[in-house]
Design a protein around this ligand. Structure first.
Ligand code: SF4
Ligand code: SF4
Length: 306
């Protein structure tokens, strides 16, 4: 069981350039140098107890220091769990090295399928290989372990006590008007025995409009829970542990209590590169209209959300 979860944008830069990327190309830049990463390690390793670090980007694997420094340093110097959100473009050699480094400490490996850069068939074939490589649980294995239905699973569900990981999940942004493509991928992924997790397309104002609600609900269900799809609901006014047991660190080392906190500049906790970052000790009531963060909702950090 981890103390909490921190999402860390290890690098701003990405080796893909998806037309629907929520991060603008101007923002999607930068790979912190070793001195900053050393400072980040010092801060992460000073956290009490094992936390879960979810490394993302840009693309973490596209920063050479991710595999050469960040992952081994975290494994050697801390007891933290590691999760990653990646576009899965790393080579098999790099992924094998990652698997060896993180054995026993990898919790969730979320691989995002981007059809503008990779064919679904190739992606699935690589995913099958990697699942065997890391000995990951797929939703089918979880079903056997825990007696749940396959859809009652998300990348962020707390399986901590019974099966801490590794878990492998395929994420895919379902683009408005391209539900058929997503349906084809879902079928391919699930036929390979893997978990497919839909992300709705986000805009600055929330979730995009979908022209075909029927096609969409065929993919994500009629009233999906936060564990089944990321819908950016509102939890305004509920007590939330974001800032105390959850936070997001951006590519420049700034720590925020959650994504909405960053977007609204309300919930800044300092910077991990200069050592000023500090988690809150209190919980607060959510002051935001939309919650795009799946972790607090799926890890029991928000009042009234089991
Ligand atoms: S892989 Fe992700 S971060 Fe990179 S361009 Fe595509 S959507 Fe953006
Ligand atoms: S937006 Fe979500 S994570 Fe942030 S405070 Fe509100 S409920 Fe918590």
């Amino acid at each position: 069981m981890s103390e909490g979860v921190l999402e860390w944008q290890v690098a701003g830069a990405c080796n893909y350039d998806c037309s629907y990327c929520i991060q603008s190309p101007r923002y999607r830049r930068g790979r912190p140098e070793i001195a900053k990463l050393e400072a980040a390690m010092a801060w992460f390793c000073g956290l009490p107890g094992p936390w879960e670090l979810k490394c993302s980007g840009g693309e973490a694997f596209a920063h050479p220091l991710f595999l050469d420094f960040v992952v081994p340093a975290l494994m050697e110097r801390s007891s933290h769990w590691l999760s990653v959100l990646t576009n899965f473009s790393a080579s098999r050699e790099e992924l094998s090295a990652f698997s060896a480094l993180t054995r026993g400490r990898l919790r969730v490996f979320s691989a995002s399928l981007h059809l503008e850069s990779v064919a679904a068939e190739d992606f699935v074939e690589k995913a099958r290989w990697f699942v065997a490589e890391i000995g990951a649980a797929t939703f089918q294995r979880k079903k056997a372990h825990m007696g749940d239905t396959p859809t009652d699973v998300s990348p962020d569900v707390a399986w901590d006590t019974k099966h801490p990981g590794p878990h492998f999940v395929v994420n895919q942004v379902v683009l408005p008007g391209q539900e058929e493509d997503a349906a084809r991928c879902k079928k391919l992924v699930e036929a390979a025995g893997l978990r497919w997790f839909p992300q709705l397309y986000k805009t600055k104002r929330g979730v995009a409009e979908y022209p075909d609600p029927v096609a969409l609900s065929a993919l994500i269900g009629k009233n999906p829970s936060p564990k089944e799809a990321n819908l950016s609901p509102s939890y305004f006014g509920r007590r939330c542990e974001a800032g105390r047991r959850y936070g997001v660190v951006d590519k420049d080392g700034a720590l925020w209590s959650c994504r909405s906190a960053k977007r609204n500049s309300d919930g800044y906790l300092g910077n991990i590169f200069d050592g000023t970052a500090k988690m809150w000790t209190q919980v607060r009531r959510c002051p935001f209209d939309r919650c795009p963060c799946t972790v607090p909702a799926n890890r029991g950090m928000i009042e009234g959300i089991p």
